[in-house]
Ligand binder design. Sequence first.
Ligand code: FDA
Length: 303
Amino acid sequence: MLLWAARNRWLKERLPRFRWVHRATRRFMPGETAGDALAAAAVHQAWGVDGVFTLLGENLAELSEAQVVADGYHTLLDEIAARGLDVEISLKLTQLGFDLDETVAMEHFESLARHAAETGSWAWIDMEGSAYTGATIAFYERARARHANVGICLQAYLHRTPTDVQRLLAIRPAIRLVKGAYDEPRAIAYRSRPEVDGAFLALSAQLLEAVRDDRARFVAATHDIALIERMTRVGAAVGLSPGQMEIQMLYGVRTDQQRRLAKAGYDVRALIAYGSAWYPWYMRRLAERPANVWFALRQALPW
Ligand code: FDA
């Protein structure tokens, strides 16, 4: 139901008008402005947890909006550098006008990748619903041919992902592996938790070996601590030190574990989202853990 609500236009227009809904989003984002994200990143950096910024927003109505999104990220990259923060950026291609004009989306992405390289940062591509998977990977392959500091998110729940990883390994990719956040049909995706976890671990094992052989950068993006423990054991078994293993979690989720893992020497980043177009993203976060719905509803109560 929550994933349905994430796509529902009527709710998308109305729910964000309520003040308590704004309060509830603070569970997953420090605020709506870039300044809020920068301040949160500084706090995390003091804990040894670096950052990844994402400006919330998905499909655009007009291509001109893509320029505004790109400009926002350019300003952000300058601010990150000016404040001496170790923060990368991650964006959705549909935010750059991918649906409307792929060439324009590529121009924006490439200019951001160049800017990120100048400031010692990276530009990542989020993975959206399965209608975009093939085209997003093809886009990434073209971008990777021209830029070393670009990465892509892949979803372990999709049956196609092992084949995608195999093909991408030929171009020394940077891959952020997640379980997958969309409501995909059984024909193309695993739906049970043991199957998704099994796929995640098998892909991690392959990618950790690639890291050891300097054939890839690999980030395991999950809050599943048991899975992280299994993944790090595999990493150690193939000869990686904690500092060679990258873990990412969302801002506000399992912060204690983020700090613990950073202290243990793992390369940890928190994905910090900001912006006003948070509705579908926030609903997907609620869907991941229904207990969060209770937290959200409590914000509506006066006590
Ligand atoms: P799982 O859902 O099994 O959760 C494990 C445990 O973690 C839960 O039992 C719970 O305790 C805790 N937990 C998980 N989610 C929580 C939440 N929202 N609030 C509180 N506790 C929670 N997806 C995608 O399709 N495309 C993308 O580009 C990305 N990008 C991305 C980047 C980063 C850095 C992260 C961490 C995640 C994504 N995702 C994503 C989302 C991902 O696909 C997945 O939906 C979530 O990470 C939830 O799955 P877990 O791996 O955490 O495991």
